[in-house]
Design a protein around this ligand. Sequence first.
Ligand code: IMP
Length: 206
Amino acid sequence: MSRQQVVLATRNLGKIEEFRRILDEIHSDSIDLVGLEHFPELEDVEETGETFLENALLKARTVCSETGLPSIADDSGLCIDALDGSPGIFSARWSGVHGNDRANIEKVLKELYSIPAQERGAHFTCVSAFVMPDGSETTAEGILQGLILTEPMGDHGFGYDPIFRPLGSALSLAQLNAREKDSMSHRGKSLRAIAPRVAAMLGTLG
Ligand code: IMP
């Protein structure tokens, strides 16, 4: 059987590797997952939605219609209880500069300065969306509950990992290795939920 190309709507190689590992878990080896680096002419999709779901669908639909191939996209962020769910969909640019992890962390720590430990609840959300050229779609959400620490701990990962401690863990996400994080993360959960549906919709389940 020839392998079915599926586009993962990201230029982040880490995300592509993570999704490949999860597809391996369900033995769907007839899917050939390619990232946006294979489509240099495509412009980044502007995330104009108001929810993670809208943004994930927007990216998957746009990439599917521009490439003519089945496409997967995800959108994720950190939601802090004491900030009424912020930074949410604005997580990457919370400090005003897109992708400045250090400034984003500093802003959160400042905003939570006077908030006691028991009120520092937060969760990461990730929504994945899969869109086929015939218009069929499916989406899946993954959530990781935890607490915001009072100072950064650990050097692994990215984004808010150094100030997020998952419930039941003694360590921050940035103190876990990639596999440990994948096994519990919002992205891991969302991809694990959608992967068998992707394979079933493509008719490639091993
Ligand atoms: P995106 O879904 O890749 O656009 O991620 C949005 C932003 O949310 C990232 O830039 C990070 O600031 C934050 N974020 C999402 N997932 C994680 C995570 O697993 N760890 C830390 N920060 C994350």
